[in-house]
Design a protein around this ligand. Structure first.
Ligand code: EPZ
Length: 418
């Protein structure tokens, strides 16, 4: 296993290019199953989750090739419908293959994803929507076993609550269904919008892209996707939070500022200076963070995937801050680890009260889920002394070479195997 050893405090200064979005590329990879031929996806980050999804697609008969940020998925001979437990349990997003398999093959056998680091994450909306499209689903020894009588049938489905994954899954299935599907209260995260735009370029008929109501007119087939992945707004937000914690000045390139409105607003409230210019964002922080109050919301609200990172900033704020996660009630595994670094955070259900400290002290901490781990790395760069972040494979799932890139910005961080 690997750990990071971080010596702080060090300000973050310099330039960094932001990579392709993990949460955009995963559904695009599943969408390759909707066609026979070679799907080409550019600007793909080299992440554990991407390489892992490649193994799932290969299990289904696809041939994947990934080099220099270019991923090709040849589904000419795709022949499988079985996504096994030992693969699916490692990554919840594997359930994205359910919709395309039912739509293209008329059958699927996909393991129910296990829980994740911070607790149960249901998939009822994925299943309800597939059944609304006419699929017959059974649960057999932990597997979702699905069959369709002929093609999936267009339907009307309303998501409650808003679900990114279920919106993407059903959108993909509806593209090849017979008739019209109306989706209500669907997610408008950029990653879902990007998927819809890519599908339209391959021949899908989708209206209302970027709104909470999408209308899909099923077609008999689509062409393999050709798409360039959007910048990762959460990776950008993570580095911005790092500047807010450690002080300094960082310019990020290849970002889309329009995807970061709610994150930029919170960073301005924290006291950061921010300059935006086309695909550049510069963040500067030369003071102690101010206290803030934040509630996570579906896009365009403040993202739950930035909750841990901003909480770490609040740990150093001048005053008492409040953070509520309205998306996940239990996504707080980072709280006890931040408190080990000298933070003073109290939890009451899904509400955290963060009593700002003057400084944090380095200590050994444990990474748990992807974003919590990133928050701990940032806290280590801001803390006085040495911080060891153990089990960093969690971070490698969603951040490409984060230690190399933080070191290039002046952080004193090294990866060690133990
Ligand atoms: C996606 O997960 C992201 N993952 C998550 O990012 C992100 O935290 C989440 O959306 C919310 O923005 C990917 O895109 C691969 P949801 P997803 O379905 O689709 C409930 C990261 O760090 N729900 O939008 O699984 C659910 O419990 C990851 O990159 C149901 O009740 O999230 C939650 O409360 C972590 N039933 C809410 O909806 C369902 O069938 C939103 O979840 C599905 C979800």
């Amino acid at each position: 296993m690997d750990r990071f050893v971080i010596k702080g405090p060090t300000p973050l200064v310099g330039e960094i290019a932001i990579g392709g979005a993990k949460n955009a590329v995963l559904p695009l990879m599943a969408a390759a199953l909707l066609a026979r031929g070679e799907t080409i996806i550019e600007n793909v980050p080299d992440l554990v989750d991407v390489r892992f999804f490649m193994t799932i697609l290969e299990e289904l008969g696809a041939v994947c090739n990934f080099e220099n940020s270019r991923l090709t998925i040849d589904t000419t001979h795709q022949d499988g419908c079985n996504a096994p437990y030992d693969l699916v349990r490692k990554m919840r997003a594997s359930i994205y293959v359910l919709g395309p398999l039912l739509a293209y093959h008329g059958e699927a056998r996909v393991s129910l994803p296990g829980g994740c680091a911070w607790g149960p994450r249901p998939v009822n909306l994925h299943l309800d929507a597939m059944q609304a499209l006419g699929a017959e689903l059974d649960l057999d020894e932990g597997y979702i076993v699905g069959k369709t009588k002929g093609r999936l049938q267009g339907t009307r489905f309303r998501f409650e609550p808003v679900s990114v994954g279920a919106s993407a899954n059903i959108l993909m299935a509806a593209v090849l269904a017979e008739g019209v599907t109306e989706l209500e209260n669907c997610a408008v995260e950029p990653e879902v919008t990007g998927l819809a735009e890519a599908l339209v370029r391959s021949g899908a008929k989708i209206e209302g892209i970027g709104t909470n109501t999408m209308r899909i007119e099923g077609v008999n087939e689509i062409a393999p996707l050709k798409h360039r992945v959007m910048a990762d707004r959460i990776e950008a937000g993570t580095f911005m939070a790092g500047v807010a914690m450690t002080g300094g000045r960082v310019t990020m390139s290849r970002v889309n500022p329009s995807h970061l409105r709610s994150v930029v607003s919170v960073l301005l409230d924290l006291g950061c200076e921010i300059i935006e210019d086309e695909d550049l964002i510069t963040v500067e922080m030369d003071r102690r963070p101010k206290r803030i109050e934040v509630v996570t919301r579906p896009y365009p609200g403040f993202p739950t995937d930035m909750q841990a990172q901003i909480m770490a900033v609040c740990a150093l704020a001048d005053g008492t801050s409040f953070m509520t996660d309205s998306i996940y009630n239990d996504r707080f595994t980072h709280v006890s680890e931040l408190n080990r670094l000298g933070a003073d955070i109290r939890l009451d259900g899904n509400k955290a009260t963060i009593f700002g400290s003057e400084k944090l002290q380095g200590a050994p901490v444990m990474a748990t889920d992807l974003r919590a781990s990133a928050a701990l790395v940032l806290a280590g760069a801001a803390a006085e002394g040495t911080t060891e972040v153990n089990r960093v494979y969690h971070i490698d799932r969603g951040y490409e070479k984060i230690e190399v890139r933080l070191a290039a910005l002046g952080a004193n961080i090294k990866r060690e195997s133990y």
